[in-house]
Write a protein that binds this ligand. Structure first.
Ligand SMILES: Nc1nc2c(ncn2[C@@H]2O[C@H](COP(=O)(O)OP(=O)(O)OP(=O)(O)O)[C@@H](O)[C@H]2O)c(=O)[nH]1
Ligand SMILES: [Mg+2]
Length: 277
């Protein structure tokens, strides 16, 4: 199994930037990916935010079942966290974000008002790469002020995005400096929070199939028209290659292309509603 690790220099810089800006903010939106809610908690960020009001935003809930979304929010609340489940690409969830932020910071707002201070609330939006931080900011402010993209590491510097009553600080996605739990690291790679450029995608897809054939055998079988999802993962990959015609020039199976296709299917929700942890 490949060892996964991704902590480039720009993440060290981003961590420092967040630390410096923390004093200036009233609260934090910690954005998690609903498909890997446990893996997408960054302990390093948690520690940074320990004295701040934090709203956990379980984003991309359109990619898991409503039942799983409810369960995860319940778990987070049981852990003493304030949490909300959303889908940033669906405008209907914006109100929940808005209510979440103003609910989280209502004492702060009251204090400002009592002191006669009229200023917008300042909120930092943070989390691991590709969880939808910039999309969430755009959804709240209504527009395309923050740059978004379907790969890890789109936002690089800091960016304040302002509306009348709220100032949101977009930050680059950051990973924990090291992964003790390689299962979680793999989950983050599956969801596209690690840069694919550093990963053997054929092997990653093999690992993904090995896991999903146990947890979601029917979805896998249905998606790829498999004869049997209990086959070993390498045989399933062979079958997908053959069915899709992923062949190299000499007729050998093209695992690289197969891996890319399978991961892309998962990331776009085409295999089904799948929760990893
Ligand atoms: N299905 C789905 N896709 C989403 C959702 N929110 C964001 N996305 C997509 O996820 C991808 C990443 O979104 P970004 O907003 O760029 O993520 P980010 O956290 O800012 O990423 P970095 O800046 O790279 O750390 C984009 O392709 C978005 O369209 C959601 O709720 N559901
Ligand atoms: Mg971004």
């Amino acid at each position: 199994m490949q060892h996964l690790q991704w902590f480039p220099g720009h993440m060290t810089a981003a961590m420092r930037m967040m630390e410096e800006n923390l004093k200036a903010v009233d609260g934090v939106l910690a954005v998690l990916d609903a498909r890997a809610a446990k893996a997408s908690v960054n302990a390093k960020l948690e520690n940074l935010f320990k004295d701040k009001k934090v709203l956990y935003v379980l984003n991309k809930c359109d990619l898991i079942s409503p039942e799983d979304a409810r369960k995860t929010v319940k778990r987070l609340k049981e852990e003493g966290k304030v949490a909300v489940a959303v889908c940033a690409t669906d405008k209907r969830t914006v109100d929940m974000l808005y209510d979440g932020i103003f609910g989280l910071l209502k004492e702060k707002t009251a204090r400002y008002r009592a002191k006669g201070i009229a200023r917008p609330l300042r909120v930092m939006v943070a989390g691991i790469p590709n969880t939808g931080k910039s999309t969430i900011i755009n959804a709240i402010v209504g527009g395309k002020k923050a740059v978004t993209g379907d790969k890890a590491g789109v936002t690089r510097g800091k960016q304040w995005v302002r509306i009348k009553e709220l100032e949101l600080l977009d930050t680059p996605g950051t990973m924990p400096p090291a992964f003790e739990n390689q299962t979680y690291a793999r989950h983050l790679a599956y969801i596209g929070s690690m840069n694919d450029a550093n990963i053997d995608v054929a092997e990653l897809a093999f690992e993904f199939i090995s896991e999903i054939k146990e947890t979601y055998p029917d979805a896998l079988k249905r998606k790829y028209g498999l004869s049997d999802a209990t086959l070993p993962a390498n045989e399933i990959m062979d079958e997908i290659c053959a069915r899709r015609g992923f062949l190299l020039k000499g007729g050998e199976l093209d695992y690289e292309r197969c891996g890319k296709a399978v991961l892309d299917d998962f990331r776009k929700g085409r295999i089904g509603l799948i929760k990893l942890d």
